[in-house]
Ligand binder design. Structure first.
Ligand SMILES: [Zn+2]
Length: 206
């Protein structure tokens, strides 16, 4: 019965694809590469996709609460807002590498292109005052064998998160509900590229 054979093959292929997808998108499973997903001390707030026009307000709230954070910056956004990147450093926060382009196709790039993305971002960070860039967070949290290989060459440590706020897609109310039970040692994923994150942070630190 050829139809049944085709059907079974399709099913197996779909299953394999789903498993691969799951492994690539869950970097804290550490299937392809080691990753830090908890701290050994206090809660760590991490902000992805900046610097942006909203970053200064985020910095102000953090300052009011004497709270330090880590900002995973996109290289091309540093090129657009170098003064805001410098402000992050001036406030004493850590900065991490979040690729240069944050391309939707980052995971499909060649080894050479991924290394270049990471190095170009380190370069622009250092040009604007970062002393050492130790951590890398892949765009969309995707790690595959090529990205892992690139990171072995560049020597960055991958930092994931233990709590994803989904502040780019969910409403403020639902995000705050999701973040209600933050524990010590959690790494929280937020975005300083979204205006609503300003208010979310205000509520969180209250
Ligand atoms: Zn991102």
């Amino acid at each position: 019965m050829p139809f049944m054979v085709y059907y079974s093959v399709l099913l197996v292929l779909f299953g394999a694809f789903a498993v691969l997808f799951y492994l690539c998108f869950n970097l804290c499973l550490q299937y392809f590469h080691p990753a830090i997903c908890h701290t050994d001390g206090e809660v760590l707030y991490s902000f992805d996709d900046g610097p942006s026009i909203y970053t200064p307000q985020i910095l102000e709230i953090l300052k009011q609460h004497d709270q330090k954070a880590i900002f995973f910056c996109i290289g091309k956004n540093i090129a657009t807002h170098p003064e805001i990147f410098a402000e992050i450093l001036a406030h004493g926060h850590q900065v991490g590498n979040h690729s240069f382009s944050h391309s939707n196709f980052f995971g499909f790039k060649s080894l050479k292109d991924i290394i270049k993305e990471i190095q170009d971002t380190d370069d622009i960070m250092q040009k604007h005052g970062a002393v050492e860039v130790r951590y890398f967070r892949p765009p969309f949290g995707v790690i595959n064998p090529t990205i892992s290989k690139a990171l072995k060459r560049t020597g960055h440590t991958v930092m994931g998160w233990s709590v994803r706020s989904f502040d780019t897609i969910l409403s403020e109310k639902i995000v705050l509900k999701r973040l209600k039970n933050i524990k010590k040692q959690d790494i929280i994923l937020l975005h300083d590229s979204k205006s609503q994150t300003i208010n979310i942070l205000k509520q969180l630190l209250k």
